[in-house]
Design a protein around this ligand. Structure first.
Ligand code: PRX
Length: 642
């Protein structure tokens, strides 16, 4: 497809005629129409996009801090993602194409294959005693069994809690304990950079002191594992003789579909709750419109299923649309840096959705590596998870997309369930570092600390206005106080995103990063408090403060300032880093541990992390006269200089 960009200003791209012609949405009047009556707008989308067993009585009910969508409506998520397609020509259409890291044959699951597998696992889970409303833990690498597990849970009305396979056993234990899951689905091992990771060993460790009674184990890598008869069950044995049909449970629109833990400002991750009806509707329509998803597309979102991006765009969104999606188990640059390009070329990927960190990583390599491959199948390029810098945006646009594909920079959060702010392919504009407009039927504003709406160009806090998008969280698992405190306390009737932003006169938002103590490390969300909690538990540590330092590729990396109880012993930095890996996982590893004697504090003993951050990046620290210990600043400066 040739694209003639309509350019009115430098680096502001508007869709070509071809893009507009193909797009599901190309008339910007949709924004106005939706805004006139957002509730009616979503009701129409709910009717068109999803099959209901019973229609809802009330479209939207709001009693803040809670709200409900499609009240009284009955449906099943798995039925919508799988069963609907097997009565159409899509029965033998590829649903999931799985690419292994090296050496093995790929796997292709058609919708009919997926249907069979999901039904069998649903019955197997039933036979293990899983019932509607129970929580099932899923600790799997990126293999089709992960999606099958999620869908089987949805089919029988169980709530899935996916735990990223690179999270540590401690992180798994925390989640299993919180949710009181009785069944865990995991595998023997998986490949990462050519090595087998023994996931079962990690799972065995993580489920100690939890309520897990049964473990379903996928045979993936064939490595040796420990086995406890009566507790552990091979997936293939359980499903071999299982009945081939399991009737989908009739679920209420507001029944919880899944819990997904994410980092907040406290030391422990919180369980975000997502509903069935509202979530699915946002997943369906955002997948369709943002990526302009058509039947002939090959959709590749590189996220792991352990993140919200994986839930919505590597499982529910594309499957609800009957799309074909690709998943790749391995590392992006293994065995060589152009592995992802090779995969795009091999399968003719048309929609590619990844994080700015990955783009920056590729940008670092020789552009010839990209040019070596035929990437002409690409139609839509998209990003998520962190702000994208102009250089990365332009490189993605020019080198990967060969200036043919729009860049869809999608802003959203674990809490929002689906994308909320981005340009639509047939409408635009596509501007480096600018995400775009609120998705039709939703509204966002930028406010100052007092809650006044800020004019275009002024930076402030991003909020969402009522009616809240259908896919928004329905609470924090077992913690209504936190739910209120984090999202609603600050602005009352507006959802506080904890992100900074400003908007232009046309209503396009530019996101400027988190305004709380949450970091985005390679697009992964990590709270400084989580790291501090782990580090201060070490016997040698008296106090610790973690701050995010800008990083060329990862966006941000954690740096820990530590006060010791005793003299520094050799190897302590490594030991502390190891503790973080053990308790959270390698993604949270501090890039540096700096030992100091004092930390800048207010008179009420609050550590001022802003000062530490400014010292790290060599910026002025501002007024320090109100500190209890202003002399600490010079001392830290001297240590950093060294
Ligand atoms: O700070 C924003 C950033 O990621 C945060 C949400 O992280 P998480 O819950 O892990 O979900 C990430 C995937 C949806 C947001 O509060 N963020 C996400 N997308 C963007 C972004 N920042 C700037 N631009 C984006 N496109």
């Amino acid at each position: 497809m040739t694209v003639k960009w309509v350019k009115k200003q430098k680096n502001v791209f508007w869709p070509s005629k071809e893009l507009k012609q193909r797009a599901w949405i190309s008339d910007k009047a949709i924004y106005k129409k939706a805004a006139k009556n957002p509730i009616a707008f979503w009701a129409r989308l709910a009717e068109e996009g999803i099959s209901w067993y019973k229609k809802w009585k009330k479209t939207y009910v709001e009693k803040l801090p809670y709200f409900k969508w499609f009240v009284g409506g009955k449906l099943n998520a798995c039925y919508n993602a799988v069963d609907r397609h097997i009565t159409t020509w899509r029965r033998n259409k590829a649903a999931i194409i799985w690419e292994p890291e090296v050496g093995e044959k790929n796997r292709v699951l058609t919708y009919y294959d997926l249907y069979r597998e999901v039904n069998k696992l649903s019955n197997a889970l039933n036979s293990l005693g899983v019932k509607k409303g129970d929580v099932v833990g899923i600790y799997l690498p990126l293999i089709p069994e992960a999606q099958i597990s999620m869908l089987a849970c949805a089919r029988i009305g169980a709530i899935h809690n996916v735990v990223f396979s690179a999270f540590s056993p401690e992180a798994l234990r925390y989640r299993l304990k919180e949710t009181e899951a009785k069944v865990l689905i995991t595998c023997d091992g998986y490949y990462r950079r050519g090595e087998i990771i023994n996931l079962k060993k990690q799972a065995d460790e993580g489920l100690k002191d939890t309520k897990i009674e049964k473990v379903v184990v996928v045979k993936r890598a064939g490595n040796e594992i420990n086995w406890i008869n009566g507790r552990d069950f091979w997936w293939h044995e359980l499903t071999k003789n299982a009945e081939s049909y399991c009737k989908p449970e009739i679920m209420d629109s507001e029944d919880i579909l899944f819990i997904l833990f994410t980092s907040g400002t406290t030391g422990f991750p919180k369980g975000i709750l997502h509903s069935t009806g509202g979530y699915l509707i946002q997943a369906y329509w955002t997948a369709k419109w943002d990526f302009d998803l058509h039947d002939e597309d090959i959709h590749w979102c590189t996220s792991d299923l352990g993140w919200i991006t994986g839930h919505t765009y590597v499982c529910y969104g594309p499957l609800l649309n009957g799309a074909t999606m690709l998943i790749y188990e391995g590392a992006p640059d293994f065995p060589q840096p152009d592995r992802w390009c090779e995969i795009i070329e091999k399968y003719g990927v048309t929609v590619f959705y990844t994080a700015p960190t990955a783009i920056r990583m590729f940008l670092k390599f020789d552009s010839r590596l990209v040019k070596k491959h035929d990437l002409s199948s690409l139609r839509i390029l998209a990003t998520v998870g962190e702000p994208i810098n102009k250089e990365a945006w332009l490189w993605y646009f020019n080198e990967v997309g060969q200036a043919r594909c729009p860049i869809i920079d999608t802003w959203w959060q674990t809490e929002t369930g689906g994308t909320l702010i981005n340009a639509l392919p047939g409408i635009g504009p596509f501007i480096p570092t600018v995400a775009g407009r609120s998705f039709p039927g939703t509204r966002h504003e930028v406010l100052d600390e007092e809650g006044n709406v800020l004019p275009p160009g002024k930076e402030g806090n991003l909020v969402q206005l009522s009616p809240f998008a259908p896919g928004m969280l329905r609470g924090i698992y077992k913690d209504p106080e936190k739910y209120f405190e984090i999202y609603w306390k600050k602005y009352g009737n507006k959802y506080f995103t904890s992100d900074g932003a400003w908007k232009d006169k046309q209503g396009n938002f530019r996101l400027t990063g988190r305004v709380d103590d949450v970091m985005k490390v390679a697009g992964h969300r990590i709270a400084t408090a989580e790291l501090e909690d782990v580090i201060t538990r070490h016997r040698a540590v008296a106090e610790c403060a973690v701050v995010a330092m800008p990083h060329d590729i990862k966006g941000e990396v954690p740096v820990a300032f530590v006060i010791l109880k005793e003299k520094q012993s050799e190897g302590l930095e490594k030991e502390l880093i190891k503790e973080v890996e053990k308790n959270i996982g390698p993604i949270a590893r501090p890039s540096k541990v700096i030992f100091v004697e004092d930390l800048p504090k207010t008179r009420s003993s609050k550590i001022i992390r802003r000062i530490l951050k400014n010292l790290l990046i060599d910026q002025p620290v501002g007024d320090i006269t109100t500190l209890a210990n202003p002399e600490s600043v010079e001392r830290i400066k001297a240590i950093l200089k060294k």
